[in-house]
Write a protein that binds this ligand. Structure first.
Ligand SMILES: Nc1ncnc2c1ncn2[C@@H]1O[C@H](COP(=O)(O)OP(=O)(O)O)[C@@H](O)[C@H]1O
Ligand SMILES: [Mg+2]
Length: 240
């Protein structure tokens, strides 16, 4: 459903992506792993229209969407949850959710969708009138995911959702992503927590120096000694 073809791009004159190619199928979870600075977040920015692309193509369901603006990508059914905390702390949970529908023309649909996502995340309904800052870290991540779901996306790009979360909360967020996949949403995730992320993914991609070096079923990558080696002393080990 998403294909990157020999993508080159970067910041100003600096090239970070050096010919990234991969293809992911609908309703699967794929995790992008790789050392710090490999270009994982940059891949997301390239897909979502936040990077200057020098050459190559991004295809979404066969359609060329290379260099589409973020607003256009949203209209194509793509949503992006960046790394870190992205809720508006002083705004209520409900108003944070509303922001997810800010580009929608029909605000009555937005109201209905907020209701639907609150069904999926009961804790958000419970705390709808509280400021987002009052939520725990895991709940804030769920709020971000829920907000990203407001326009019913086909593809969700989620960058390091586990950062700063306790192992229990990480599992909660992963369960949310599995539920989305089971409902037909395609998930592309970046994770430092490589071992636990691969354990819940269908596929994994190893990104190194701006290239997709390996792409396989997640269980195969987990058992591949080369992958273990790449992360020796790094997150693959630490995640155990
Ligand atoms: N906004 C930016 N401007 C210039 N260089 C950047 C910017 N963001 C990231 N980089 C550089 O691009 C490279 C890849 O970064 P990134 O995609 O964030 O890596 P990863 O997510 O794999 O850790 C790094 O060398 C980083 O310093
Ligand atoms: Mg990153």
């Amino acid at each position: 459903m998403l294909e990157l073809k020999d993508l080159y791009g970067g910041y100003g004159k600096m090239t970070i992506l050096n010919g990234v190619s991969f293809k992911i199928d609908r309703a699967t979870i794929t995790t992008l792993i790789g050392p710090n600075g490999a270009g994982k977040s940059t891949v997301f920015k390239a897909i979502f229209g936040l990077l200057s692309i020098h050459s190559g193509e991004v295809l979404l369901e066969g359609k060329d969407v290379t260099r589409s603006r973020p607003s256009e990508m949203i209209a194509h059914g793509v949503t992006y949850v960046p790394q870190g905390r992205n809720v508006v702390p002083q705004l209520s949970v409900y108003h944070n959710l509303e922001l997810g529908g800010i580009t929608a023309k029909d605000q009555s649909t937005v109201k209905r969708r907020i209701d639907e996502v609150m069904d999926q995340f009961p804790i958000l309904r419970e705390k709808r009138n509280e400021p987002a800052i009052a939520l725990s870290g895991g709940q804030q991540k769920q709020l971000e995911i829920a907000r990203a779901l407001l326009l019913d996306p086909k593809l969700i790009l989620i960058d390091e959702p586990s950062i700063g979360l306790s192992p229990n909360l990480v599992q909660e967020v992963f369960q949310t992503l599995i539920r989305l996949r089971d409902n037909g949403v395609t998930v592309l995730m970046v994770e430092q927590n490589a071992r636990s992320a691969l354990a819940m993914s269908d596929f994994g991609i190893v990104l190194e120096l701006g290239q997709a070096r390996m792409h396989d079923r997640a269980d195969k990558l987990l058992n591949d000694p080369r992958v273990g080696q790449l992360f020796l002393g790094g997150s693959m080990e630490a995640a155990e």
